[in-house]
Design a binder for this molecule. Sequence first.
Ligand code: HEM
Length: 445
Amino acid sequence: MSIQGDKSERPPFFKLSETPVRLTTYLRGVVSDPASVIPADIYDQWVAPPKIPGGPLVITRPETVRDILRDKDARFGRNKQLRTMMRRVWGKGLAAAEGDDWAQQRRAVAPAFRPDRVAKTRRAFEQATRTAIDQWPTDQPIDADVEIGPIVAAMLAGSILPDLDPARGREISQDIPKFVEDMTRFGLLDLVPMPEKWLDWYRGTGRTKAEQRMRQLAAAIADKRASGPDELADLPALMRGHGPLADNILGFMPAGFETTARAIGWGLFLLARHPEWQERLRAEARASADGAERPLARQVAQESLRLYPPAPIMVRSAICKTEIEGQRLKPGQVAMIAVFAMHRHRRLWDQPDMFRPERFAPDSGTNLDGFLPFGSGPRLCIAAQFALTEIEVALSEIVRNRQIEAFGPEPEVSLKITTHAVNGIKLLVRPMSTSPADMILKETQ
Ligand code: HEM
């Protein structure tokens, strides 16, 4: 393998447009698939000015991005479209709430994600992974996007959401993307001023099977946990009395499920391309006591989040007339934070497209200013440490006694809502006792 990393070593990524897009494509893209209209030179630029007056400004410079997200001077916030989208997924729950209501809900749930609590859940995460992967087929390829669902469901059930039935993990992992895509789809009618109820009716909110199943599941857990012992200190116990419980349970599912599942899927895909890292993680897992930290697996988790950030774009909009990166913004104008481009930015990273987990080693000296998989500022992902630990444990436990190989054509990457593979990530997962050499021997017999 080349030290510099040749082209064949580069994992696939979303192809940004090399040529200027037509105005109609641009307008459609801005609303429905923002990454599709970001110019290819963004990996080398700190800003891409709006293509039309009042259009979105794309930003990648870490200091500017942090200023926007920190929102020190109340210059940036959410516009109407973003508020509507958040309301559809979260109702009046945490991520949709604002001001004092948001602060109160955030404080209430914070204890569930404290570092000491997260450290204690490691064993539950290990157990969840071991049980779920025992069900994985070994004689046919798996679709990681589907099979990781039960692991994440079991991890949530073993920690902050004990009422979730891990057996529904596969179904939930298929329902969530449909639910989120439906809730975040925007059309021109969304720009017309009309009561939100009418808009919901027109869009058919609540009519898809996936949405109905998700809402029923959240409502059933909320009903069951409307009262009961508080000493459990899990999510429903902490959130009860602080915001609407069913809304929060519903919102926490896409926030806590799809993002983590995507990250584990990409981590496995990268490990499949790098057997040398599988070996290192395997040795680390076998030498580690249950519940112990796995630093190498952590580095792989972080590098996977860099190359394939589950939340590829964050959006804020100007609240008042303001100026950033020499560009004047009008109230309501969108600042698009291109996390996926920051994570591979030519001016921020050495060998930006290459899988180099060692850049996250504590003594590597890597500047991590441009690493923002969990956002920044007051809305920073409340579960950042929890999620990193989930990914670390899952990757480590999966390769402990199994060998992962990529299967089929290279995935086609989409950045629509989450960074995902359009047709899933197909992998061959073999128990270590069946070495690839044995398999080839069997096939030729
Ligand atoms: C790899 C996994 C994850 C990634 C990449 C991720 C990413 C993010 C990002 C980027 C934000 C900030 C969005 C913004 O500022 O506009 C966010 C917020 C949030 N995340 Fe995560 N997340 C992950 C896992 C989780 C998990 C496991 C949970 C819960 C169990 C969770 C719960 C939340 C909540 C509640 C918020 C909103 C916080 C607020 O508004 O105060 N996330 N996440």
